[in-house]
Design a protein around this ligand. Sequence first.
Ligand SMILES: Nc1ncnc2c1ncn2[C@@H]1O[C@H](COP(=O)(O)OP(=O)(O)OP(=O)(O)O)[C@@H](O)[C@H]1O
Ligand SMILES: [Mg+2]
Length: 306
Amino acid sequence: MKRVTFMVISFRSTTEPQQGTGRRAGRQPLDPMGLATTPVPAEETNGAAMVRLEAVHKSFGDNLVLDSVDLSVDHGEVLVIIGPSGSGKSTLLRCVNLLEPIQAGRIFLEGEEITRKGVDVSAIRQRIGIVFQQFNLFPQLTALDNLTLAARRIRKIPRKEAEARGRELLASVGLAEKASQHPHQLSGGQQQRVAIARALMMQPHVMLFDEVTSALDPELVGEVLVVIRNLAREGMTMLIVTHEMQFAKEVGDRVVFMDGGRIVEEGPPRDVLDSPKQERTQQFLRRTQLAHTLEELALDEEGGSE
Ligand SMILES: Nc1ncnc2c1ncn2[C@@H]1O[C@H](COP(=O)(O)OP(=O)(O)OP(=O)(O)O)[C@@H](O)[C@H]1O
Ligand SMILES: [Mg+2]
């Protein structure tokens, strides 16, 4: 067995500021063909953040899972969320996508309150792409049909147009040749790239990623991270829950560390990950580092290094 590490790919540093805390003003505009996204310039939303949470409380019964969370994500910003299991990371993403109701507080998308009564949930969800650890592809459909189904049914886009866009998106995630394959004929990394392309079909304004590489074999992690990195370079606004700390440093504009439903620490990735101020963050990162080291040692023992 090959020795694999968590840095499967090396991410080229870009000309973008490494330590920014917000918008990437210097980024290229989104993909020139306008396939993936329809950016809404901040000016058109009166400078409002892409996503803003205001004193959000979320409980499951007696279990307070989000404890007055305030968070703002700018247009084009890549926010990485880290934290121990059960700290509320997935719940936060699910609340933003209106998959979970909140008990108090407000959530805004491009300046519009989306937690208000009577909101058109389906219309809001079309502006928010979400990708989970499990790919949730329809097994009976080809990769291309997985991409086009919702666009044709919900957006009423004609089949020909939807398929043309679907093929472009598959090509953009390196899967041009796989359009007519079914999920079981694809590797985990390929399936996850199909799932990302499927989310992009609806031309979301923001993408939410919830540990999208956690179910993958280590050697397949890199190909998925490359797709996300490319989206970042195109200026996509993203909230990314991940355990890939190197990736967080390379691609994130800001890292948020959550614990017990609260944001404990946030800042530029290198500050939070290399010199965390809070004891709780330090403890979490030490444990994460130890887990990675042990995993690498185990892999070494199985097969030795290359
Ligand atoms: N549908 C649900 N019903 C009841 N409790 C839930 C539900 N979803 C999450 N919880 C609880 O909310 C808390 C936060 O869960 P969440 O999945 O957001 O954590 P997480 O930070 O994403 O953890 P992990 O790193 O393990 O994915 C946990 O205590 C969990 O048990
Ligand atoms: Mg989770």
